[in-house]
Design a protein around this ligand. Structure first.
Ligand SMILES: [Zn+2]
Length: 275
């Protein structure tokens, strides 16, 4: 599942490319979207704003229409200059929103719907979403309160639950818990407030570090994420994807196990994360 920083950067790239411009072409593999486009055309509308809310990407169009998409496990948005070859197969295309200069292409997006701004405000997933780690402000006491409401859940699964806190995905889950020295299988009730606060602020700090604007130019998103602070791609993560390799801090072999109801892979150091 894409992390919040991926969605945030995709939204920023799409915003830069599309905002203030008229949609000249709209395509979709979703019959419900196509029906609305036929009734009340998307072409001719202006793209007003593209934004991220947790893992939802929202494309606001003039005339009170918002396209909400959610990437789930495999979905992604790419931006191309018109005529530039796509990096993914055409049969993976689900949505195209094009201006005269750019094409935003949604690949393998499983969830997409048009909503009015009012309906968006009532959208159940967005309404139930926890404080957003990439939000301009972050209500940490509220996030902690929500975690405390799920004492029987493992801390790793809790961190992925967007109703508790929005924005962290499976890579950050393992990395943040390593950085905080917390065992991913510990139950929320066994993680004290100080540790919880450290987990949340570490997650926010690293997610934000990965959305620092590299340049003002419009670039197609390339996955690049690091938590170690090193620039060598082979050294940019502490535990994620490093099963059986020595821990960067203590040398103990990193372990990996599927965890939780969706069997998401968890990586951890049994020495550094003993609590
Ligand atoms: Zn270690």
């Amino acid at each position: 599942m894409p992390e919040g920083d991926t969605i945030f950067r995709a939204a920023r790239t799409l915003h830069r490319a599309l905002a203030g411009h008229e949609v000249v072409r709209f395509e979709s593999m979703f019959p419900a979207l196509t029906r609305i486009h036929e009734d009340t055309p998307v072409t001719g509308r202006q793209v007003e704003r593209v934004s991220a809310a947790g893992k939802h990407l929202l494309i606001g169009l003039s005339g009170d229409l918002v396209l909400r998409t959610h990437m789930r496990m495999n979905g992604s948005w790419h931006i191309y200059r018109v005529g530039e070859p796509w990096q993914r197969a055409h049969h993976d295309m689900r949505i195209v929103v094009a201006t005269t200069a750019f094409e935003a292409v949604g690949f393998n997006i499983p969830i997409a719907e048009f909503l009015s701004p009012r309906a968006l405000a009532r959208q159940p997933d967005l309404r139930s979403m926890g404080p957003d780690l990439l939000g301009a402000t972050f209500d940490q006491p509220e996030a902690i309160r929500r975690f405390r409401g799920r004492p029987e859940v493992s801390i790793a699964d809790a961190l992925l639950n967007q109703r508790l806190v929005a924005g962290a995905g499976n890579v950050y889950k393992s990395e943040v818990l390593f950085l905080c020295g917390v065992n991913p299988f510990a139950l929320v009730r066994d993680v004290n407030d100080e540790q919880l606060a450290a987990i949340l602020s570490t997650a926010r700090k690293h997610l934000q570090a990965n959305v620092v604007d590299p340049a003002s130019a419009i670039v197609t998103y390339r996955g690049y994420r690091r938590t170690t602070g090193r620039s060598d791609p082979a050294e940019r993560l502490y535990v994620y994807g490093r099963e059986r390799l020595p821990c960067r801090r203590c040398g103990t072999p990193i372990r990996m196990r599927a965890q939780g109801p969706y069997a998401r892979l968890t990586y951890w150091c049994p020495t550094c994360q003993h609590t």
